[in-house]
Write a protein that binds this ligand. Structure first.
Ligand code: UT7
Length: 328
């Protein structure tokens, strides 16, 4: 089986910065509450009219440029998102067209926040037998229109963003490698985190929108507890599977939903907080985009170096969760 490595990374965060003070004016909250309970200071939001492929496109272009590849070299485009440009066609197809990736098969996966780890897993399986040589794995979300700006328990948490990686076959010799991924689902817990409206159960209608069913619904406290438990479990499994201990990990990139969740998981799996990459303070929870954007920023800034052992873990609606270990 071929070994797969990350050849390039890219991300794009919208320019519009929304500070916590914005929410102080519209709901009963405070900058101090948001920072102390979540770690979030500000987040990015798109301007009206921007679609997911608009913000994912520059992330993909940057990842291709770093990989030294052109869009025609891609055989596969996998996009993790819960907020595609349209219900159909897939945002993968829009990106294939806009990049000019004529030779790539393209599709979306709906796995909420861990969609990037699901995407890595799927692309790795396509590529291991050698039939697909280069894949683009994208995690992007435009979540701001799905927020109920009257619900203080959710509106302060989220932001928009997109990240991407280009995968290729590893040449060995100092090249990185995806060592292992773990993905899991438990649909029985769907009620704790969902967007109920807009699908076939509650199709788009005036009544559906008036009832606010197109907004994110979350029982934050319950989600918090499950997130800590399931992410810690996935991290332990992926490390055990590779015979790696937490001491060997150079950097941990957990899903950036809440600083307290990241601290709790890091503590449970015995990774010092100094080794945790944190972006939640400036971008909030960008769902499936949190890991690829954090990876790209840390790699480009030199914080993560070639050869470093990276651990990631995520958790989200479904419930879905997972972890991945790779060497850059
Ligand atoms: O990406 C998918 C995964 N998502 C997550 O992992 C999110 C997980 N959940 C969380 O991050 C946290 O549960 C929240 C940040 C959402 C909430 O923090 P919490 O410490 O769990 O607060 P809570 O829900 O237990 O609420 C405590 C109090 C409540 O007031 P009472 O009932 O004690 O009077 C809330 O109404 O905090 C209140 N509250 C707020 N107060 C000020 C909730 N949101 C706010 C707010 N400002 N924005």
């Amino acid at each position: 089986m071929k070994k797969i490595s990350i050849k390039g990374t890219g991300c794009y965060l919208p320019e519009r910065i929304v500070p916590n003070s914005y929410f102080e004016k519209i709901v009963d909250t405070s900058d101090q509450w948001i920072i102390s309970r979540t770690g979030i200071q500000e987040r990015r939001m798109v301007l009206p009219g921007q679609a997911l492929s608009d913000i994912a496109l520059p992330a993909c272009e940057k990842a291709l440029e770093m990989a030294g590849l052109s869009a025609c070299d891609l055989d596969l485009i996998v996009v993790g998102t819960s907020t595609p440009d349209m219900p159909t066609p897939s945002t993968g197809c829009f990106l294939q067209h806009r990049l000019g990736a004529k030779n790539a098969v393209a599709f979306d996966i709906s796995a909420a926040c861990p969609g990037f780890i699901y995407g890595l897993t799927i692309a790795q399986k396509f590529m291991q037998d050698g039939s697909h040589r280069h894949a683009l794995v994208v995690g992007g979300e435009i979540i701001s229109p799905r927020i109920d700006y009257q619900d203080r328990a959710t509106c302060v948490l989220f932001g928009d963003g997109a990240g991407a990686v280009v995968l290729g076959h590893s040449n060995g010799d100092g090249e990185g490698e995806i060592l292992s991924t773990e993905i899991h689902s438990d649909g029985s817990l769907w009620g704790l985190l969902n967007v109920p409206g807009g699908g076939s159960l509650h199709p788009p209608s005036k009544e559906m929108v008036e009832a606010g069913l197109h907004y994110i619904k979350m029982q934050g406290n319950e989600v918090f507890k499950h997130a800590v438990r399931f992410m810690s479990d996935a991290v332990r499994k992926v490390m055990e599977g590779c015979g790696i201990t937490s001491r060997q990990v150079d950097w941990f990139i957990p899903h950036q939903a809440n600083l307290r969740i990241m601290e709790a998981v890091a503590k449970q799996v015995e990774i010092p907080i100094e080794k945790v990459i944190i972006t939640v303070h400036k971008y909030g929870n960008t769902s499936v985009a949190t890991i690829p954007t954090a990876l790209d920023e840390a790699f480009r800034s030199g914080q993560i170096q070639k050869g470093d052992l990276i651990l990631t873990a995520s958790f989200g609606a479904g419930f879905t969760w997972g972890a991945a270990l790779f060497r850059m």
